[in-house]
Ligand binder design. Structure first.
Ligand SMILES: O=C(CO)[C@H](O)[C@H](O)COP(=O)(O)O
Ligand SMILES: [Fe+2]
Length: 226
């Protein structure tokens, strides 16, 4: 992976929704790459966050890549809505799709990048027959449903194994990691093989601009990348 391909994806779940527009501008101007947008339906995960209308509103004001993480039962029902709202990447949970292959095919038909997410206890083997069809794997390093949880170290082995599989099979798929990532553990997440780092609490608490810059400075430097 090229050095400029590491991405920071601040999760707006941790933002103050009253000031959402300002917060998004701040991460965009500070150099964040993607905007990570967590959609929760209160069924697949316990919480309800927000849906397509909110994404549609922020799409009018932001040029960032919208990385939409659907924590929704049978997300195939809503893919057109999220495309219309302005999603660039749609990630679905393997565990939430009755027909994962059909769901991914539909994301691609809509002209979007497709990601598949695995919960902490879901093995990589779930991806075996879908690798050819996806652009990104999202490894959850917390159980989905809430921001501000602690990083589960079991994710590190999973990232390393996935990186090895992708390398061996020469697959051009990004590894995104989501949940509990801070400036203290981002180094080991990147070392394990992550390409895209999601961070909510650690970006939106305190000095947002500084947090974005600090995260981006933790990304490997050109001489460190083989
Ligand atoms: O998908 C998510 C939760 O299900 C969020 O993206 C994730 O939790 C990010 O928030 P934090 O960095 O605060 O853990
Ligand atoms: Fe997320």
């Amino acid at each position: 992976m090229a050095i400029d391909m590491y991405k920071l994806a601040p999760s707006i779940l941790a933002a103050d929704f009253w000031r959402l527009g300002e917060y998004i501008k701040e991460v965009e101007e500070a150099g964040a790459d993607y905007l990570h947008i967590d959609v929760m339906d209160g069924a697949y995960v316990p919480s309800i966050s927000f849906g397509a209308p909110v994404i549609k509103s922020i799409r009018k004001e932001s040029k960032m890549v919208f990385d939409v993480h659907l924590m929704v039962e049978e997300p195939i029902r809503y893919l057109e809505d999220f495309k219309e709202a302005g999603a660039d990447i749609i990630t679905v949970h393997a565990e939430a799709c009755r027909h994962l292959h059909r769901t991914v095919a539909k994301i691609k038909e809509l002209g979007l990048k497709a990601g598949v997410s695995l919960n902490p206890s879901t093995p990589l083997v779930e991806l075996e027959y879908i690798y050819q069809d996806i652009d990104m794997v999202l490894i959850m390093s917390v159980n989905p449903g809430f921001g501000g949880q602690s990083f589960l170290p079991l994710a590190l082995d999973k990232i390393k194994t996935l990186k090895e599989i992708l390398k061996q099979r020469q697959l051009n798929i990004d590894i995104e990691v989501d949940g509990g990532i801070t400036l203290s553990n981002v180094g080991e997440v990147l070392k394990a093989g992550a390409d895209v780092i999601v961070a909510g609490t650690a970006v939106f608490n305190g000095d947002i601009k500084k947090n974005v810059i600090d995260f981006k400075s933790a990304f490997p430097k050109p001489e460190a990348v083989k």
